[in-house]
Design a protein around this ligand. Structure first.
Ligand code: F6P
Length: 740
């Protein structure tokens, strides 16, 4: 209410000042106009009187004046005729009795031979006096005066002011009414709704935020309140989940538990994550900047940890609108808890470090998929330089942090641990290698093995998904560089520095409350323009390690061997384009498209296509709809460090049914034993698994899925992070830097 009063007070004052100023000018203008009109009339009348009276006065006539007076005198115009001594010869009756005080004016006109004009008071009224001298033969013989009533000037002025006041009153009334309505609609009501919403949230009701109030007015406030509400809701869900698990006596790792653990273990020391792929890219959609969550298992795994623990995530700014969005961004956007620090690379650096050495060299080197690695000295130089660039940015970020915790991700940064440890011996550095590590013979073809291994051994802890990759790595170290490998405790020792090499199978964050807004199966099938008794799904980046051509061959084989399923089974393949500048990836894309086209052409008919192919980036919710609607999911990677799609499929199911067909060459196959494990190179084996999947009884599906669900729930990404951080926390803080 006080706001309204102040607002209206201010506005009314402004209206009064402006209206009064303009009205004053208007009144002055009108008055000048009226005065000019009065004077013009006075001139005309005085001249006429002068002409009529001059001959009479000149010859000192005794009569004839009455005629002049009656001719020119009127109710609003008095006339007087004077002789040369300023004595009244004749005057109209209305002024006659009041002429005394005007004598000095008449004397002035006669004496100075000038016309005298001014306002004067005559008989209690304001009059305009106009006195002209009378002449004969260049001699002043008297004067003629006219007195025009000027009282109406004041009356007209007051009328104008009165009208202004009425106008002002109406304006203020109108303004008050409109402002009151506007304030009520756009301010008071939304605020009241927000207050009500916050109150209900406080009591734990899961209410949706009120519909957006005027964003330009309430944007920041609404954003803050929404963020606060989300934090509250998250904290509440976490606390409820904790309480539930405590009651059940379960020891499942949750976001909240991880947060407390990190706080207890490392105090307020921030965590620094480094990865090539950023957790969120900004991209231009026309002129608008949109946010894009990349298709990356690494991002799915680390995002919840950073959200829980806070800190700084250093990554390559690869979105085309990233620079416009800034090199430091608070994430998640709705409720920031950590900072993304972007590192900029030019096209040449990206080509050498990312496309070249990382993805044409190390990627095929580490995956046993019979793809020949390409090693170019120029790429290697870029790889080194970019590792140094990330080291510089990271060191700058952790300048003020004491004993920082550094979690380096993946094969893009083999050299980074050593660079960091050399500059900051107090830092505790872990390197997690998200892809497999090959055996020593395979690794031996890399032209720079020593530098890579020494770079990695700069870390206090090197993690892989499986023990077998740890063993391969330690064996490579043992055979290729100087130093000692302790097989009892899985360490590599060089000089004063020890590196622990341990398995940490990565996972995902399992949501207990599944998003019920994702489209249901019927809606999804309708959108795909198909019907199906059985729906299969595959979700991956378009990468030759994922075994897509093999999977497609297996699907074709399935329909050939069991034609009764034609028209009844539909397989949806979601493929997110990846590393498309590399020729091998382009070739794969062509091969996949062509194979699908042929299968659909040869096996499909007018009403049914065996394979629906969706080649574009899909967001989390879109993918969740496929996972949830499918009867089976195929993960047939030829070689994979872990493969989080397998775990995501299990976590997304809202009922204990559905079948996972999983390549035995993935890290996930070691944990998800209830999946139908296949050798993706064996087409008959995989085709048979599809048949088993569609024919599996509900009961068997439920049993298998229930076991896999509890495996994924218990071995979630919070547990992965906790184990890795606990291990890192156990490492002694080195006092001296690693020497060359
Ligand atoms: O899982 C291995 C990995 O390289 C991750 O590090 C990465 O998130 C994912 O594959 C996607 O690759 P890219 O970041 O090259 O698109």
């Amino acid at each position: 209410m006080r706001l309204l009063v102040r607002l209206l007070g201010g506005m009314s004052l402004a209206v009064i000042v402006v209206t009064a100023a303009f009205s004053y000018l208007e009144v002055q203008e009108e008055r000048t106009r009226l005065e000019q009109d009065l004077q013009r009339r006075a001139v005309l009348a005085a001249d006429a009187v002068r002409e009529a009276a001059e001959p009479l006065v000149a010859r000192s006539a005794r009569t004839g004046y009455e005629r002049v007076l009656s001719r020119f005198g009127r109710r609003d115009r008095g006339v007087a005729i004077y002789d040369e001594f300023a004595s009244v010869i004749a005057a109209t009756p209305d002024v006659k009795a009041h002429l005394g005080p005007l004598s000095p004016l008449v004397t002035e006109a006669i004496r100075d031979n000038v016309t005298v004009r001014r306002f004067a008071r005559v008989g209690g009224r304001t009059v305009w006096t106009h006195i002209v001298p009378l002449e004969r033969d260049d001699r002043i013989i008297g004067a003629a005066a006219t007195f025009l009533d000027a009282d109406y000037l004041d009356t007209r002025e007051w009328d104008l002011w009165r009208r202004t006041a009425v106008r002002l009153g109406v304006l203020i009334l109108l303004l008050t009414a409109i402002t009151w309505l506007l304030v009520r609609w756009t301010v008071t009501r939304p605020i009241a709704r927000m207050a009500e919403w916050t109150k209900r949230l406080k009591f734990g009701e899961p209410v949706a935020p009120p519909p957006d109030a005027d964003a330009s007015l309430f944007g920041p406030l609404a954003g803050e309140v929404t963020g606060l509400a989300r934090s509250l809701a998250r904290a509440r869900v976490a606390a409820e989940e904790e309480a539930r698990l405590r009651l059940l006596g379960e020891q499942i790792w949750t976001e909240e538990r991880l947060k407390q653990f990190v706080h207890m273990r490392f105090g307020t020391h921030p965590i620094f994550v480094v990865s090539n792929r950023e957790p969120l890219s900004h991209v231009f959609e026309g002129k608008r900047i949109a946010e894009l969550r990349p298709a990356s298992g690494l991002v799915s795994a680390l995002e919840p940890i950073m959200t829980a623990c806070g800190g700084v995530w250093v990554a390559h700014g690869s979105g085309d609108a990233d620079r416009a969005a800034g090199d430091r961004v608070g994430l998640p956007p709705s409720d920031p808890t950590y900072t993304l620090r972007r590192v900029w690379l030019d096209a040449e650096e990206e080509a050498g470090y990312y496309y070249g050495f990382s993805n044409e060299g190390l990627w095929p080197l580490c995956h046993i998929v019979h793809e020949r690695p390409q090693f170019r000295a120029g790429d290697w130089e870029h790889y080194r330089a970019v590792n140094q660039r990330f080291a510089d940015v990271l060191l700058e970020e952790m300048e003020k942090a004491e004993a920082p915790i550094v979690l380096i991700q993946d094969y893009h940064f083999a050299l980074l641990p050593r660079m960091i440890k050399q500059a900051r011996p107090d830092a505790r550095v872990a390197l997690f290698w998200h892809i497999p590590w090959p055996n020593v013979e395979a690794f031996g073809i890399c032209p720079w093995p020593e530098e890579i291994l020494l770079g990695m051994l700069g870390a206090d802890l090197v993690g892989f998904h499986t023990q077998i990759h740890c063993n391969n790595f330690l064996e490579t170290v043992e055979r290729m560089i100087e130093g000692r490998v302790e097989w009892d405790d899985f360490t590599a020792v060089r000089g004063q520095h020890t590196t622990h090499v341990l398995p940490f199978p990565i996972s995902i964050a399992v949501e207990e409350d599944l998003d019920d807004r994702v489209p249901h199966r019927d809606a999804l099938l309708a959108e795909l323009g198909t019907t199906a008794d059985f729906l299969g799904v595959g979700v991956e980046r378009l990468d030759y390690t994922k075994g897509l051509p093999e999977r497609l061959r297996a699907i074709r084989r399935f329909f050939e061997r069991w034609p009764e399923y034609r028209g009844r089974v539909v397989f949806v393949q979601i493929a997110s384009p990846s590393r498309s500048r590399i020729e091998r990836y382009q070739r794969l894309q062509r091969e996949v498209r062509e194979t699908i086209r042929k299968i659909n052409e040869e096996l499909g008919d007018r009403d049914w296509r065996p394979i629906v192919y969706r080649e574009r980036h899909h967001d989390h919710r879109e993918i969740a709809a496929y996972y949830r609607s499918a009867d089976f999911c195929m993960v047939t990677a030829l070689h994979d460090g872990m493969n989080l799609v397998a775990k995501e499929f299990i976590a997304a199911r809202d009922r204990d049914s559905g079948v996972l067909i999983l390549s035995r060459f993935t890290g996930a196959a070691r944990e998800l034993r209830e999946a139908l494990l296949v050798n993706p190179y064996d087409i008959e084996d995989t085709a048979g698994a599809i048949k088993r999947a569609v024919e599996m009884s509900r009961e068997e599906q439920r049993e298998r899925m229930a076991r896999m669900r509890s495996q994924v729930r218990e071995h979630n990404v919070y547990r992965w992070a906790a184990l890795l951080l606990a291990e890192l926390g156990r490492m002694p803080r080195s006092a001296s830097a690693i020497r060359d």
